[in-house]
Design a protein around this ligand. Structure first.
Ligand code: G3P
Length: 217
């Protein structure tokens, strides 16, 4: 499973990238707006930090304008993946961008039928938002299970990018089902490594080492 950070914050991206296990980045207009800087400059900087797919979302809602915006974003760097919303205009734009060899992330997916349409439109990946479904008492993980099953049944190449991840168990469950990518906030990324027994064990190893006065060298 590939691990992406869902953020526009370069400090977080640098820290996560330094661990050597970060595969890519997703951004969205809300995350970019929080950073208060030029979108293109931000994307350029992210591309210097992470050598992997970097999702950048269009803000137009009409297909031709999405394609224009998408082509513009894709020119920034070869790793840019253009993100379009899962609406009919977004599907049209996805088809057109994919035909030009531009990778597309079809976002705001909340149902299996939407995911099938994204695959048929030639999306490189689809982004089902599991946390937002959980928030309204629906089962986000069931959506991942359905999409993975359907994509396997028809050998769709589109990757399942599990988004709106809220906790480490979302990552574990999505990996058990076979999701291709998990994008998560930095808080969740950091939680993946934490275990109290690791901390306690390390503390004891180091204390025992000191007590025995093991000869150095
Ligand atoms: O970037 C898309 C998605 O991951 C957003 O997550 O937490 O705003 O529902 P969230």
């Amino acid at each position: 499973m590939m691990f992406f950070l869902d953020t526009g914050n370069t400090k977080e991206i640098k820290e996560a990238a330094s661990w050597g296990v970060l595969d890519g980045i997703t951004t969205n207009p809300s995350l970019v707006a929080k950073e208060g800087r030029s979108f293109k400059d931000l994307l350029k900087e992210i591309c210097t930090i992470v050598d992997g797919p970097i999702s950048a979302e269009v803000v137009s809602i009409e297909a031709d304008a999405m394609v224009k915006e998408g082509k513009d974003l894709a020119q920034i760097h070869k790793n840019i993946v253009v993100k379009v919303p899962l609406i009919p205009e977004g599907l049209k734009a996805c088809k057109a961008l994919a035909a030009q060899g531009i990778r597309v992330n079809v976002t705001l997916c909340f149902s299996p039928t939407q995911a099938m349409l994204a695959a048929k439109a030639g999306a490189w990946c689809v982004s089902p938002f599991i946390g937002r479904l959980d928030d309204i008492s629906e089962n986000g993980m069931e959506l991942i299970r359905d999409i993975v099953t359907i994509y396997r049944n028809y050998q769709y190449k589109t990757k399942v990018l599990v988004a709106s991840v809220r906790n480490p168990m979302h990552v574990v469950e999505a990996a058990k089902i076979g999701g291709d990518i998990c994008t998560m906030p930095f808080t969740v990324f950091k939680q993946l490594v934490q275990h109290p027994l690791t901390d306690l064990g390390l503390k004891k190893f180091l204390a025992d080492w000191e007590k025995q006065n093991v000869p150095k060298g």
